[in-house]
Design a protein around this ligand. Structure first.
Ligand code: ADP
Length: 392
């Protein structure tokens, strides 16, 4: 009997031990699973945040009480919000300048359930135009409002620039065209038989036809520069040789105004440049210096090493100069200080815009120093070719 009881007790103890071992094993397994799931959801959360923060669009999620549930980096930057705004109300998180507009917008989304093309004008700091798409979830699934902000300021600017450009081009083309048409009609109406007038009229027609030609050339150059940004044929280019070619091309024009054309460039100064483009930039500057310089004056092309790896190319004249309020504007397309003088000399208003474009395509900079009555000095800062760079 005792033996039987002992066996029974031993069997129960054995079974209990087995059960305990199984329980311990199951607990360990459960813990491992939970840890794995925890790690996985933490990883997913980090990935989701990284994804949100890498978006160009701003994302904002509000709960039913207009508290911020989620926001991404683009949104915070766009609206000028702080880093830790989760849980804050719009009053607490959003600057006054934007708050009223934003609240109006959220109210509209809540009423309509969604917003396809909302617009928000942000005027604090640099004015920005933002397009907004928004969606409001049913209350049953949380009642959150999701807003996506697209900053379209740059797009709008480009659209305006394109519209202005087309308007300017049409105007610039129409002016010489209507003059050509007018003089042709006058000739056909009888002036062709007037020996005093016919030659003068034909010369005027020829001048305006040239103007149209220059304008089309410059427009094509700008279009090419816009599309060929990456196709620059850059190689070590002698600035001395480039200046010499420009001098040869423009000597006759300089002689007509008795202008002394000088160069001061070390023969071993080589730039890392597209030779044709560099020549075009220097040509445009020297051409302007001759056009707007003093009759009987001097135009100088200089070249020298500047900061490490860079050279400066300067074109200077001793003409009327450029008033301070126009110094930045002269590089804009179609801007002229003196419209009549520019047209009289066959100017297109695009020469300096082309110079700036070429210099920027080389990773360089252009600046202008000028004082009224004392001439203008245009300075291009351009990268040196390898060997000259070492010499610097
Ligand atoms: P344009 O074909 O009219 O010369 P640019 O773009 O080359 O066009 O120059 C823009 C304007 O800048 C010119 O119309 C002129 O008013 C002014 N400008 C350019 N270079 C000089 C200069 N060397 N001296 C005085 N004014 C200049």
């Amino acid at each position: 009997m005792d033996a039987l009881l002992l066996i029974l007790i031993l069997a129960v103890i054995g079974w209990a031990l087995l059960l305990r071992r199984r329980l311990v094993f199951a607990e360990a397994e459960l813990q491992r699973c939970c840890a794995e799931q925890g790690e996985q959801s933490e990883r997913q959360l980090i990935q989701q945040h990284a994804l949100l923060d890498s978006m160009v669009e701003g994302v904002l999620v509000l709960d039913v009480e207009n508290r911020i549930e989620l926001s991404n980096a683009s949104l915070r930057q766009l609206l000028g919000l702080g880093e830790d705004i989760n849980g804050q109300s719009l009053e607490e998180a959003v600057p006054v300048a934007v708050r009223a507009e934003l609240k109006k917008l959220v109210k509209a989304v809540r009423e309509a359930g969604e917003l396809r093309e909302g617009e928000l004008q942000l005027n604090g700091g640099d004015p920005k135009l933002v397009h907004i798409n928004a969606h409001c979830l049913q209350r049953a699934v949380g009642g959150h409002t999701l807003l996506v902000f697209h900053n379209v300021t740059r797009l709008k600017e480009l659209e305006n620039t394109r519209r202005d450009f087309v308007a300017n081009v049409s105007h610039e083309l129409r002016t010489p065209l209507s003059l050509i048409k007018g003089f042709t009609e006058t000739l056909m109406d009888g002036a062709v038989d007037d020996p005093k007038k016919n030659r003068e009229f034909l010369q005027t027609i020829d001048k305006h036809a040239d103007r149209l030609g220059y304008l089309i050339d410059d427009l094509l150059t700008l279009a090419q520069l816009d599309s060929d940004k990456l196709a620059m044929n850059r190689q070590p280019t002698s600035l001395h040789a480039v200046a010499e070619r420009v001098e040869n091309d423009l000597q006759a024009k300089a002689d007509k105004r008795s202008i002394d054309l000088k160069t001061d460039i070390p023969v071993d100064l080589y730039l890392d440049a597209d030779g044709d483009r560099l020549q075009q930039a220097v040509f445009n500057l020297v051409d302007n210096a001759i056009k707007y310089g003093r009759t009987g004056g001097t135009v100088t092309i200089e070249g020298r090493l500047s900061t490490k790896g860079m050279a400066e190319v300067a074109v200077e004249d001793d003409g009327e100069g450029i008033p301070p309020e126009s110094v930045e504007k002269v590089f804009e397309r179609f801007f002229r200080v003196d419209k009549a003088r520019s047209r009289e000399t066959g100017g297109t208003g695009l020469g300096l815009a082309i110079v700036k474009h070429i210099v920027h395509s080389h990773g360089g900079k252009v600046r202008l120093e000028s004082r009224i009555g004392q001439g203008a000095r245009f300075i291009l800062s351009l990268p040196l070719a390898g060997e000259s760079g070492e010499a610097a």
